[in-house]
Ligand binder design. Structure first.
Ligand SMILES: NC(=O)c1ccc[n+]([C@@H]2O[C@H](COP(=O)([O-])OP(=O)(O)OC[C@H]3O[C@@H](n4cnc5c(N)ncnc54)[C@H](OP(=O)(O)O)[C@@H]3O)[C@@H](O)[C@H]2O)c1
Length: 268
């Protein structure tokens, strides 16, 4: 874990995204916390994000009592004084936004969390929560990639720009599907549309002399909303590949070409 963190820091990556459920019952937070405790200098300049609100078997709980307890548990496992970015993982339909807001405000007042974000909320759900909060919600984390374009269409990214929130893109390589060969993609359930997208990304990758993953990430970086892709690889060499996204230059025609390949139809 320490080597992976070091590889990310070396590549200029500072934001580390966790959730209490990752790895099963806090195991991922625990492993990260132990690695950090062994090399505390790594914490300098690092932004540690985590999430609460998904409870296996429940399935969602954003009650005030749960949020308070979950934050304490994450702090203990991560072995840090404060969580830089605390996110509500998925909306709990049974928790009133005012209850969620009050729980988050209390954690902020106690100095246990610095900033607040949400994940997998609709624009309306974000609006309802933001109206109950006296502090800004600064990030929204939807699934977003060259393959999964919905947040560009459902108002979420527009809302981020309007409210000056930073979008964090989960599964920016479509959970690894954008790493398949075109032949593998064609044989997958996503078939020819995924293969066509991969071929389009490969053409741009050859032109830019960059890995395909870097082009897929550059697609997100090129958007004016200031999207931060949250990469999920467990391999240092792929972390380094991802960082090449910063030097890939996509023209407007390249960007819309990726959209057309992804949706399998020309834009009007
Ligand atoms: N908020 C939410 O509800 C939510 C949901 C899902 C994820 N997330 C966040 O988003 C992060 C990333 O999600 P993700 O892991 O799905 O992201 P991803 O980067 O789209 O996919 C990662 C997967 O792709 C593989 N991969 C990466 N580069 C590859 C390449 N060049 N060729 C082939 N395979 C490649 C990785 O395998 P290797 O490890 O072998 O490289 C890994 O299995 C998570 O860690 C989490 O922080 C949030």
């Amino acid at each position: 874990v320490r080597d992976l963190i070091a590889a990310a820091l070396d590549a200029g990556i500072r934001l580390f995204d966790h959730a209490d459920i990752y790895g099963g019952s806090g195991k991922a937070e625990e492993a990260f916390g132990n690695a950090l405790a062994g090399a505390p200098r790594m914490r300098d300049g690092m932004i540690i994000a985590t999430k609460c609100g998904i409870v296996p078997g429940v399935p969602y709980d954003s009650s005030a009592a749960h949020i308070a307890r979950a934050a304490e548990d994450s702090l203990r496992r991560l072995r840090i004084e404060a969580i830089d970015l605390y996110q509500i993982h998925r909306p709990d339909l049974l928790a009133h936004p005012e209850e969620v807001a009050a729980a988050l405000a209390k954690l902020r007042a106690q100095g246990k969390i610095r900033w607040v974000g949400v994940s997998n909320h609709s624009p309306f759900q974000l609006e309802a929560l933001q109206r109950s909060c006296l502090f800004p919600i600064i990030t929204h984390q939807p699934e977003l990639s060259a393959w999964h374009l919905e947040p560009f269409r459902n108002g979420l990214i527009d809302q981020c720009m309007r409210l000056r929130m930073t979008p964090l893109a989960w599964s920016p390589l479509a959970g690894g599907r954008l790493g398949l060969s075109a032949a593998e993609a064609r044989a997958s359930p996503d078939g020819s549309r995924l293969a066509a997208l991969i071929e389009r990304l490969d053409l741009l990758a050859a032109r830019e002399n960059a890995p395909r993953s870097a082009v897929a990430l550059a697609f997100l970086l090129a958007h004016p909303a200031g999207i931060i892709p949250i990469i999920g690889t467990q391999r240092p060499e792929r972390i380094r590949d991802a960082a090449e996204a910063f030097r890939v230059r996509l023209a407007r025609a390249d960007w819309y070409g990726i959209v057309e390949a992804s949706q399998g139809a020309p834009l009007p």
